[in-house]
Write a protein that binds this ligand. Structure first.
Ligand code: GDP
Ligand code: GDP
Length: 438
């Protein structure tokens, strides 16, 4: 899920950039990869109540009295509107409505986006409301008197914006979770798929996947649906002309890419191999959630110490997956197979989760109080100004600092650990983006 975008538009000099500064507080512009984002604009993270969004000054929208109507300007504005969830039109309360405002208003009335009308420069207590009231004539609904310069009225404006933005804390029907079962040949992937499908009663249907030779299976449990991705063609073994030992890593990579959560299956009688490490590495690179499934537990002679011992061994090999839950199962006898989907759901939940900027900064304040950022040999100390989650799937937190070079690996790991401990990102990688002052 991407952050919603709020576009601020209006004639030049009405106070758009001042308002954007006010809304974003001290938060500086960020550049990051989000599908559909235009790179050359300044997207600034902002939050109000429990909503987070990016606010962008589209700048280019000029319909001025004496400005020629330029198609490319309209194009630019259209692009900005196309990626936005809501628009704030800024007008100048001290000049009153102009022909340019009317022109923009007429165009905006045809747009399908929620719109708020901010009448700026209304800092005068006595005149503010009268100034704003003149703008009813634009036919865009209630004009909100604000002063971007002084800050008055901006809270009311944002309160009116909130219902148009999705809540950070979710609440809608759960999306299906795509699950890939990955592992070397003979670790028991097809046995596990069958056991999972057999253990869950409400199979809707096996339907054709995107390619002819892959068949995904939909399983439902407690109102949550799971697509079990048929990865290495585990269902079509008999059709392939290569031997059953053939291991196509590219097929596995493709399946990882399609998944929200990867079940990385290892065979307990064989332990973790180099191929498993390669798969684990790709899971992390692609930012997928993961549950480590240790299969063939029935084939191990064991006492009460065996499980923790074996888990320690596996985890020391797969130390970079230390955030993933680990479950010991037998696809053959069905032991603990019914516990897998609960772990998948927990991992998917962390993977999709959004944490508010307020909470992230609370964790940061605590973490830096316990352990100050390091200073370099010249005595220059690392400083973290603030952090904000800029993306989910996987959770991606941008940290704005004085100089990323001052933060070495061990401090980065410390913070990663603090975020995990306090925000409980179980089963998902968390990406930290270190941003210096620009
Ligand atoms: P933009 O071109 O729409 O981005 O406008 P700016 O934000 O650059 O502001 C244009 C001018 O209006 C600047 O001189 C600002 O100082 C002034 N301005 C912005 N907000 C306010 C306000 O709330 N009150 C007053 N009186 N002036 C403002
Ligand atoms: P895949 O190649 O990863 O799909 O593995 P299969 O599901 O085809 O299983 C490979 C072999 O391991 C088969 O002979 C299975 O019977 C066996 N196997 C799978 N799961 C288990 C298990 O939990 N315990 C034992 N003992 N054998 C298993």
């Amino acid at each position: 899920m991407s952050l919603p975008i709020v576009a601020v538009i209006g004639r030049p000099n009405v106070g758009k950039s001042t308002l954007v500064n006010r809304i974003a507080g001290g938060q500086s512009a960020i550049v990051f990869d989000q599908p559909g984002i235009t790179r050359d604009r300044n997207y600034r993270p902002a939050f109000w109540r429990d909503r987070e969004f990016l606010v962008v000054d589209t700048g280019g929208l000029i319909f001025d009295d004496d400005t020629e109507f330029l198609p490319q300007i309209r194009q630019q504005a259209m692009t900005a509107m196309g990626e936005s969830q809501a628009v704030i039109l800024v007008v100048d309360g001290q000049t009153g409505p102009t022909a340019g405002d009317a022109e923009i208003a007429q165009w905006l009335r045809q747009q399908p986006l929620p719109l708020l009308l901010a009448v700026n420069k209304c800092e005068s207590v006595t005149q503010g409301l009268t100034q704003a009231a003149q703008f009813w004539e634009l036919g865009l609904g209630e004009p909100y008197p604000v002063s971007a310069g002084h800050g008055s009225g901006v809270g009311d404006l944002l309160d009116a914006l909130v219902p148009h933005l999705p809540s950070v804390v979710g609440g809608s029907a759960p999306e299906p979770i795509h699950v890939a079962i990955i592992g070397r040949p003979n670790v028991g992937k097809s046995s596990l798929l069958n056991a999972l499908v057999g253990a869950e009663r409400a199979i809707v249907s096996p339907i054709s996947g995107t390619t002819r030779d892959s068949v995904d299976t939909l399983v439902e449990r407690d109102g949550q649906s799971y697509w079990l991705i048929d990865t290495a063609g585990i269902r079509r073994k008999k059709y392939v002309d290569y031997g059953p030992e053939f291991f196509s890593i590219n097929r596995a990579f493709k399946a990882i890419r399609r998944a929200d959560v990867v079940l990385l299956v290892v065979d307990v009688t064989e332990g973790v191999t180099d191929q498993d490490l390669k798969l684990a590495d790709r899971i992390i690179q692609d930012g997928r959630a993961c549950v480590l499934v240790v299969n063939k537990w029935d084939a191990v002679t064991k006492d009460s110490h065996t499980l923790p011992q074996v888990e320690r061994q596996l985890r020391s090999r797969l130390y970079f997956l230390d955030w993933a839950d680990c479950i010991f199962i037998s696809a053959k006898t069905g032991q603990r197979v019914d516990k897998i989907l609960a772990l998948v759901q927990a991992a998917a939940e962390s993977h999709r989760r959004r944490v508010t900027t307020a909470v992230i900064n609370e964790v940061l304040a605590d973490a830096t109080a316990w352990q100050s950022p390091p200073a370099n040999r010249q005595g220059r100390q690392g400083r973290i100004y603030y952090g904000t989650q800029v993306q989910s799937q996987p959770p991606t937190i941008a940290l704005f600092v004085n100089d990323p070079k001052l933060f070495k690996d061990n401090y980065r790991r410390y913070l990663d650990h603090q975020f995990r401990e306090h925000l409980g990102f179980r089963g998902t990688p968390v990406h930290l983006l270190w941003r210096g002052k620009t």
